[in-house]
Design a protein around this ligand. Structure first.
Ligand SMILES: Nc1ncnc2c1ncn2[C@@H]1O[C@H](COP(=O)(O)OP(=O)(O)OP(=O)(O)O)[C@@H](O)[C@H]1O
Length: 313
């Protein structure tokens, strides 16, 4: 179990973490999501004792990293895929790590098999593609057969087969009872892999929830309507509890006249019937599948540090 308790960290005048707390439970994959610069890596580095927080603490199975008796057996980490010595072969890199941590040769062979890099064991790490480097980092993380895994954007650079492999590996590790903390900035990826979600923006926790709850809350159908009679539209649903009407910005291809709205909580056929009986004029009426990515973007947009303001010209 990885417990993050009230972590705060400033770099100069920059607040990287502001009272961050959450738990990555045993037997679960915890997706750690946030836009660039949100504080994911800083939190993970603090959990691994690489950064000293200004306040709060991070505990691995109840103890700070510095107090772990056999760190590689307790927590394995992928922080930087390209951290291996460029001039060393993959095997020599893993062998050196194993030797300094009292881990035998057979485990080196095991993790090379698990991560699919046995056939390139003699190749220098500097010649590895980003995807192969990710596999090598994961092999190093697994060396000590750790009870906890901290994986910072492990799918970066992987091809679809590699992405699926990381997903299956995370699921299998959780099934074996390990705590897996997996960072990403892609909701679509995390939703397929994680049990729980921790969403962070500008160093603050925005939401901690389960994937199941997030999906149930955000992936429903909504209706999009464009009407020149917005007052009439509001009047139709004025007495309808559970139905919300939100004005939408105009999209490319929308009719020139009328105002666009999203209607949540209403059924397509019944709404069409109500519109017909009320003689509401509509220029467009469609059912949309709200995407998880949209919900996540809406949640984090206000706290995104790097947002493009201009379209590409
Ligand atoms: N060593 C450092 N010195 C100064 N500022 C730092 C340092 N490390 C991180 N920061 C700043 O702290 C904030 C959080 O950074 P962090 O790397 O934790 O974000 P992240 O969520 O991992 O982002 P990304 O997805 O881009 O990796 C950012 O504004 C970053 O610029």
């Amino acid at each position: 179990m990885i417990e993050i308790r009230g972590l705060s960290k400033r770099f100069g005048t920059k607040t990287a973490l502001d009272n961050v707390s959450f738990t990555a439970e045993d037997g679960k994959v915890t997706g750690f999501l946030g836009p660039n610069g949100a504080g994911k890596s800083t939190t993970m580095r603090a959990a691994l004792g690489l950064i000293r927080p200004d306040a709060g603490q991070a505990l691995i199975d109840g103890r700070p990293f510095a107090k772990l008796a056999a760190p590689m057996a307790e927590v394995g980490a992928v922080l930087d895929a390209k951290s291996a010595h460029k001039g060393r072969s993959a095997y020599a890199h893993l062998r050196a790590l194993a030797a300094t941590n009292g881990i035998g040769k057979t485990r080196v062979d095991d993790v090379m098999d698990i991560t699919g890099i046995a056939s390139v064991k003699t190749r220098k790490a500097g010649k590895f593609s980003l995807g192969m480097s990710q596999r090598l980092s994961i092999a190093a993380a697994l060396l000590g057969d750790p009870h906890n895994l901290v994986l910072d954007e492990p799918i970066n650079g992987l091809d679809p087969e590699g992405v699926k492999w990381v997903r299956d590996l995370c699921r299998e590790c959780a099934r074996q009872g390990r705590a897996v903390l997996l960072s990403s900035h892609l909701m679509s990826e995390v939703a397929l892999t994680a049990d729980n979600l921790v969403i962070i923006g500008r160093g603050r926790i925005l939401e901690t929830t389960s994937v199941e709850s997030f999906v149930a809350e955000h992936s429903g159908h909504t209706l999009r309507v464009i009407t020149p009679q917005p007052d009439k539209l509001h009047a139709i649903f004025a007495q309808a509890p559970g139905i919300t009407i939100t004005p939408l910005p105009r999209s490319t291809g929308d009719p020139q006249q009328g105002q666009a709205f999203r209607i949540a909580g209403a059924d397509l056929a019944r709404t069409a019937d109500v519109f017909a009986r009320a003689q509401l004029v509509v220029y467009q009426f469609i059912e949309e599948q709200a995407s998880l990515e949209d919900a996540y973007m809406a949640l984090t947009h206000a706290s995104a540090e790097y947002v493009s303001k201009e379209p590409i010209r």
